[in-house]
Design a protein around this ligand. Structure first.
Ligand SMILES: Cc1cc2nc3c(=O)[nH]c(=O)nc-3n(C[C@H](O)[C@H](O)[C@H](O)COP(=O)(O)OP(=O)(O)OC[C@H]3O[C@@H](n4cnc5c(N)ncnc54)[C@H](O)[C@@H]3O)c2cc1C
Length: 355
């Protein structure tokens, strides 16, 4: 059997590699950076736990990904728009916080360890042309930015906390977040429009958070990045399979891309192992999810009046907020009706969103 090659050692590439190696394929990964998670800096990110009924860590286990990284379940969180505050206590974790980057205990380090234990060769600091690999897992394409983030990672004596801030001065059409677990903190703004205001937004984010909570920020360092969403038809160009954000697979509502990256890596591996059509697998798994996320972004922007209180009120008043959120990820009848308008609306801003 020929040795398979993968470009990029992010969650998507490593998930594909781990699944291929478990099926006895030999795998080479080429990673341009000297370590995994090179575009992150120890930031906290959330493995969201509402878009599907299955628990996210269990779903990862089902895709042969072990939980050998630090993960902090959060069922308690607060949302504020700067003037109002909503406290949520969910009946299961709303998300698991994981660290990203090359730091100890991060998701990236955990996936790397799993890959190395299976004998996968990771060539750090090396890249090869795309047309010489089997799977392309190179992350977001700067030509297709739909979201941009700026923030800091820091040490702290604060209690564990998760606060989301929805305020267009702090994050244009997006949100800011303050996440603290185990003496480690992360504060970021994520804007979905007017990216040139990102510095101003982060300044306002800090101001608003300091009015909500006593901040203790020690040894801060910068972080940030971009997100790509496209629905380009690049699932299968020549013989290469595109996975994760390299394929534009993302949630355009809030930018939760880790689970999608890991799932698409798994699907690419399965399509090679079972000699099945990757395009079909991806379509079956993600099509409705992506369409729902286009509608959700449209609704978020249209109904975000009065600093999102209309939307957050609805989620807060639901008997089971996570179940309510889940209902927006299944491309329900209402979403099907709204989709053509939502797509047209979004295409005006992102011309790469096409069928
Ligand atoms: C600030 C920020 C916060 C986020 N928060 C969340 C969150 O809370 N929850 C969530 O689910 N998602 C979040 N995301 C999105 C999530 O990080 C991404 O969707 C996910 O990392 C995508 O995984 P990937 O494997 O496709 O790409 P990446 O993680 O970007 O990995 C791609 C890898 O390929 C390498 N590479 C690139 N080009 C080449 C090349 N030519 N040759 C070799 N190697 C190459 C890169 O160095 C990188 O290691 C966030 C993103 C940002 C920017």
């Amino acid at each position: 059997m020929d040795k398979l090659s993968i470009l990029g050692a992010g969650p998507a590439g490593l998930s594909a590699a781990i699944n291929l190696a478990k099926a006895n394929y030999e795998v080479n990964i080429f990673e341009k950076n000297r370590s995994v998670g090179g575009r992150f800096n120890g930031d906290f990110q959330g493995l969201e736990n509402w878009s599907e009924n299955i628990d996210t860590l269990k779903k990862m286990k089902n895709m042969n990904i072990d939980n050998n990284f630090e993960s902090y379940p959060f069922s308690k969180l607060t949302i504020s728009n700067g003037t109002q505050k909503w406290d949520f206590l969910c009946n299961k974790p709303a998300f698991y916080l994981v660290k990203r980057g090359s730091v100890d205990g991060s998701l990236d380090q955990g996936l790397k360890e799993q890959a190395l234990n299976l004998g996968i060769d990771i060539h750090f600091g090396e890249t090869i042309p795309e047309n010489q690999v089997d799977i392309i897992a190179t992350g977001p394409d700067p030509a297709e930015i739909f979201a941009a983030a700026k923030g800091i990672v820091f040490k702290t004596n604060m209690e564990n906390v998760a606060i989301g801030l929805v305020n267009d001065n702090a994050a244009v059409k997006g949100y800011s977040y303050l996440l603290v677990a185990n003496g480690h903190g992360c504060m970021c703004t994520v804007s979905f429009d007017r990216f040139k205001n990102l510095n101003k937004c982060f300044y306002e984010t800090k101001n608003l958070f300091s009015s909500l909570i006593d901040l203790d920020i020690q040894k801060p360092h910068n972080t940030g990045g971009i997100g790509s969403f496209s629905r380009r038809t690049i699932y299968n160009k020549e013989k290469m399979l595109y996975v994760g954000e390299a394929a534009g697979f993302q949630d355009i509502l809030w930018g939760f891309g880790i689970k999608t990256a890991i799932t698409s890596g798994f699907l690419a591996a399965r399509s090679i192992i079972d000699n099945e059509d990757y395009r079909k697998k991806v379509k079956d798994c993600f099509d409705k999810k992506f369409k729902a996320s286009i509608v959700n972004r449209f609704l978020w922007e249209k109904f975000g009046i009065k600093n999102y209180s209309f939307i957050v009120d609805r989620i807060h008043n639901a008997k089971d907020p996570l179940k309510y959120l889940n209902s927006f990820h299944n491309y329900n009848i209402l979403q099907k009706l709204i989709y053509p308008f939502a797509l047209r609306y979004m295409q005006k801003r992102y011309d790469n969103i096409r069928l």
